[in-house]
Design a protein around this ligand. Structure first.
Ligand SMILES: [Zn+2]
Ligand SMILES: [Zn+2]
Length: 319
């Protein structure tokens, strides 16, 4: 099996720095020129009419905002990844027999404002249509072979240990597997916490939603269940997106934007921009219209108003 990003071992281990007090490098942010944004989408003449429409009518997409001091692009110099660069990166695409996305719950879900696993699965299935998404039986936290430590708000799980343990658990028909948990994570002793960690080479990752529902690091305030769900599905599809070899987006406000803190997660939209959508289309081969319909149905049923508004408007423009 080829790695997700050939010859890119440097990013084989992707540490999600959000909120973890990572290095601040003060990279120089430069506004993307319209001509570069257009060429990042690439030549769309060969696309089927639905997909051509899905990457057109660009007024529906907000351009990437200039980063604030604490934002991702203020501290990470990212040149972006055009559709052409994505193709040339040799990113792996799903094949028959290796075409299932697995979600592995660690510990308990569905209590309080934590998202329901069935909701996470159906959103992921719509987003990466027509990939199969399966939720594996939950593993009790005691059965995860990883160190833990105690903090005033509760137990934290060692994310690097968890990743190593996950590598041996990847099902044979998996394209990728992400473990999800409501327990807080830490990557090493000196770090306070981390939102998640993934190994693109091994196609596994672990992500905590503990800080999205306000219980940990959120001042103890409970957030509305729609917001907790929205944050969780954003992060899950963003991280599965990386597994498809898609790098951070610098072109539009997009689900593939890097995020340095929760506020940035909240202003990034649920949807992929035209550049990233084209990459997912290459990998998954969906009908743009069917995918939009499924996502609209989910957003309407779960009260995700911004998402519903976006998908409704896109569907109206489909041929
Ligand atoms: Zn990312
Ligand atoms: Zn994008």
């Amino acid at each position: 099996m080829r790695t997700m990003l050939s010859a890119k071992s440097v990013i084989a281990l992707l540490l999600i720095l959000i909120g973890a007090g990572g290095l601040v490098l003060h990279a120089q942010w430069q506004k993307v020129r319209p001509v570069d944004r257009q060429s990042a989408v690439g030549d769309v003449s060969e696309l089927d009419p639905e997909m051509r429409a899905a990457v057109s009518f660009l007024d529906d997409f907000e351009l990437k905002r200039a980063p604030g001091q604490r934002d991702w692009l203020a501290s990470h110099h990212e040149p972006g990844q055009s559709y052409g660069q994505y193709l040339r990166s040799g990113a792996n695409v799903p094949k028959k027999g290796k075409d299932t996305l697995y979600i592995l719950p660690l510990g308990t879900f569905g209590l309080g404002s934590s998202p329901k696993l069935s909701q996470l699965a159906s959103y992921t299935e719509a987003y990466f249509h027509p990939m199969k998404v399966r939720v594996l039986p939950a593993v009790a936290l005691n059965d995860v072979e990883a160190q833990t430590r105690e903090r005033s708000f509760g137990t934290q799980l060692h994310s690097e240990d968890t990743l190593k343990w996950l590598e041996g658990k990847l099902p044979s028909d998996a394209y990728a597997m992400l473990a999800v948990t409501m327990v807080d994570l830490y990557p090493r002793e000196s770090w306070n916490y981390v939102f998640g960690q993934a190994s693109l080479k091994e196609r596994v990752g672990v992500f905590s939603f503990a800080r999205y529902s306000g219980g940990v690091g959120g001042g103890g305030e409970k957030v509305p269940k729609e917001l907790a769900l929205e944050r969780s599905v954003k992060v899950l599809t963003h991280e599965f997106g990386h597994m498809f070899g898609v790098l951070h987006c610098i072109y539009y406000q997009c689900n593939m934007n890097g995020s340095n803190h929760l506020g940035e997660v909240d202003v990034s939209p649920l949807q992929a921009c035209p550049v990233c959508l084209r990459k997912f289309h290459h990998a998954c081969g969906f009908s743009a219209k069917t995918r939009y319909r499924k996502l609209l149905e989910f957003c309407e049923a779960q009260g995700l108003e911004d998402g519903a508004k976006f998908y409704k408007s896109r569907l109206e423009k489909m041929p």
